[in-house]
Design a protein around this ligand. Sequence first.
Ligand code: NAP
Length: 315
Amino acid sequence: MKKRRTPIKIKEVYTLVDLRTWSEATRNIAPPIRLGILGDPVVHSLSPQMQNAALKHCKIELQYARFQILPNELGEAIELIRNLEFVGINLTVPHKIAALECVAELDEDAKHIGALNTIKIDGQKLRGFNTDGRGFSRAIREEFSVDLRDLRVLVLGGGGAARAIALQCAKENCERLVLANRTFDKAKKLAHDLLDFFAGPKVFGPVPRLQAIPLEEPAVRFQIGHVDLIVNATPIGLNRADSSPIPARLLAPHLMIYDTIYSCERTPFVSAAIEAGARGANGLSMLLHQGALAFEIWFQREVPLEVMRKALGGS
Ligand code: NAP
């Protein structure tokens, strides 16, 4: 009688070396790995648990894995993946901008933001998408039962996440958008890129509809009475020792605070919100919705959102 082999569990993280020797590295793994996230670091990514739960629920016989890929390895990694019959991949820090070079086609959001977080592999053709902005919008509606179009928003940060969030706010015609970044020039450039969205009058009052400010206490303090939602799109809060990106003393009870960071339930920013009597939510809901949108792109089918949410520990 033939002896049955015990199936091998997928590794926590794969590398470029594994991709170079893929059939050897994934021998006996079933269902096969045909999706994944590329990042550096990537070991803490929660994407595999939500995507694998969705795949299993939909009876799609594929698995999703993490790939630890250094910046100088990205081109080769994507080229290998293209030839290994993958369905698609996600990109996280620091690959979201560099990956632009690797794809043949970009959706409107990725073009406008200048970064992508999702690739779909159609035969040999790589198509790039950015689902962060739409994921953010869904997260805000879910967390605070309000649409971006009814909000005055202050975004902290000027990198890929901030650009995606700011563009989404602009596309949804939010009441007001204030961009605050440590490197002030980047905030000014982002505001300039979004000018056309804010041509029409909406808010009558002493403050402009679209404004860039430095990420400094006096400038932020002035804005508090003129915004409803503050979004942290900086990495401040990722480390345990980090403090809130804005001191709790600046916050007020009328505010909604959204932290794109989800390393723990009460990030320093969410804690500061609670301390100030404001409402706060961490970035798990954005992670969920950007992932659900990626799943939709890959499989063109309804997403088992509640299954994915549960896999992330939500209810
Ligand atoms: P990024 O492109 O590297 O941009 C980071 C931004 O944060 C830059 O504008 C930088 O300012 C600013 N910054 C960094 N350290 C700072 C500090 N110590 N003080 C003040 N500002 C600082 O990163 P990203 O891709 O936009 O990601 C930002 C965060 O969003 C990450 O923490 C990530 O976890 C989170 N994110 C979450 C989701 C989700 O689904 N929940 C999705 C995407 C991203 P300068 O311009 O001055 O350098």
